[in-house]
Design a protein around this ligand. Structure first.
Ligand code: GLV
Ligand code: MN
Ligand code: MN
Length: 406
């Protein structure tokens, strides 16, 4: 990150040591835990230096206003939380770019003619409480407030308790129509998670759509027992059964063209070396080109996983945890942005398989995204990367859009 220490991306350099994960590599920055609190303080200080007034809404999202808050505000931003062991760019690049765009506009003497805010969403990755885009779902009413309050983290702390400890009133978590009504247009700049821009040889794109996606919990139940005293033929081992189910997930996804299905997290209960587990939770992330195709994929996975675990005398229960239908960004807005940024030949419109707060907001307010080239396409990994020149091209694009909108 040292190449970022000077110039436009200094913001990324300033947070380069916050939330580093020595065990996993990369960053683990989870809602209202130490790193996230430090990043929130950093954001408030950074925005304050630009003369923006920072507020925390009732769901823990941070807003930094240039001038009076809303209505019909142009709002740009992203998130500062990460997946476990994530990269430096997913989220922070959008926040740093939004602040940098303000700094540039101010330095040139520009005065906005409509309200503007930088918005940092809480818990975009769902790494602490399991629901992706939690802050934007709460803001828009996309998740029931009682259900949200009851979510628990890995230590059994409820979202309600965590919110209270963070200084929020948990009774006020949930749909915030007044805050939402201030947004006239939302723009999220993000590192590309894929190789679309590399293949096209361009540094910046406008997003066209997001795959339907969701999360499901597969709970495989067997018989907990003694590792030494239980004959191999007498076991109902849910971890062996879960292994078969995970293979079934891959096989079913391969039968659905373009679909993606992943089990990236397991919890073995009770989890002892000399203990045959009694149950295993496996979290499934499934995505496909339409809502129906994604639902079909998950139904096929459920059937295949049931058959797979039965081989070991186990059963599986599948519970939905979060869902985001296909997002098609407003084609008129996409077209207008591409035109302002130099035309279709220079600015591609790209679909993505990654979820974003902009996708959640798109159901409520006009929303758009800018993607910055990622030379390997790798994301949700410490290897996630973008060249400084491409990040600067992204900020240039954001600045041009803001000048045309404000
Ligand atoms: C968020 O990055 C997601 O796509 O899960
Ligand atoms: Mn992400
Ligand atoms: Mn992101």
């Amino acid at each position: 990150m040292s190449e970022l220490a000077h110039g436009t991306l200094a913001g990324l350099a300033e947070i380069a040591d916050t939330g580093r994960d020595a065990r996993r590599g990369g960053y683990s920055r989870h809602l209202w835990q130490k790193a996230d609190l430090e990043l929130r303080a950093w954001f408030a200080e950074r925005a304050g230096r630009l003369g923006l007034s920072v507020e925390t809404d009732r769901n823990g999202n941070l807003w930094a206003w240039w001038g009076e808050p809303g209505p019909d505000a142009v709002v740009t931003g992203s998130h500062l939380d990460s997946v476990p062991g994530g990269g430096a760019y997913d989220g922070p690049l959008g926040v740093v770019s939004a602040l940098e765009a303000v700094a540039r506009l101010q330095a040139s003497g520009f005065t906005p003619s409509r309200p503007y805010a930088v918005l940092v969403f809480a818990e975009e990755e769902g790494s602490r409480f399991g629901i992706a885009c939690l802050g934007s779902r709460l803001l828009t009413g996309g998740i029931d407030a009682d259900r949200a309050r009851a979510l628990v983290d890995a230590d059994g702390i409820t979202l309600a308790d965590a919110a209270r400890r963070a200084g929020l009133d948990p009774a006020h978590l949930g749909a915030d129509p007044n805050a939402l009504a201030r947004i006239g247009l939302f723009i999220e700049l993000h590192v590309e998670q894929g190789r679309g821009l590399v293949d096209l040889g361009r540094p910046v794109a406008v997003a066209s759509s997001i795959l339907a996606h969701g999360r499901w919990r597969l709970t495989v139940t067997g018989q907990g027992n003694h590792a030494g005293a239980t004959l191999m033929g007498d076991r109902r081992d849910p971890l062996v059964a879960a292994a078969r189910a995970i293979v079934a997930v891959q096989e079913e996804a391969l039968k659905h063209p373009g679909a993606r299905a992943t089990v990236g997290r397991l919890e073995v209960v009770p989890g002892g070396t000399n203990v045959i587990a009694s149950s295993v939770h496996a979290w499934l992330d499934a995505r496909a080109h339409s809502d129906a195709a994604t639902r079909d994929l998950v139904s096929a996975i459920e059937a295949a996983a049931s058959a797979a675990v039965a081989v070991n005398g186990c059963s599986v229960a599948v519970t939905g945890e979060s869902w985001t239908g296909t997002v098609t960004f407003d084609p008129d807005l996409v077209g207008r942005f591409r035109a302002v940024l130099g035309g279709d030949a220079l600015i591609p419109a790209l679909p993505t398989g990654a979820g974003h707060d902009a996708g959640v907001l798109a159901a409520s307010v006009p929303s758009a995204m800018l993607f910055v080239r990622n030379p390997t396409g790798v994301s949700h990994s410490p290897e996630e990367f973008a060249e400084v020149a491409d990040c600067v091209a992204g900020i240039d694009a954001l600045e041009i859009l803001l000048r045309s909108l404000l």
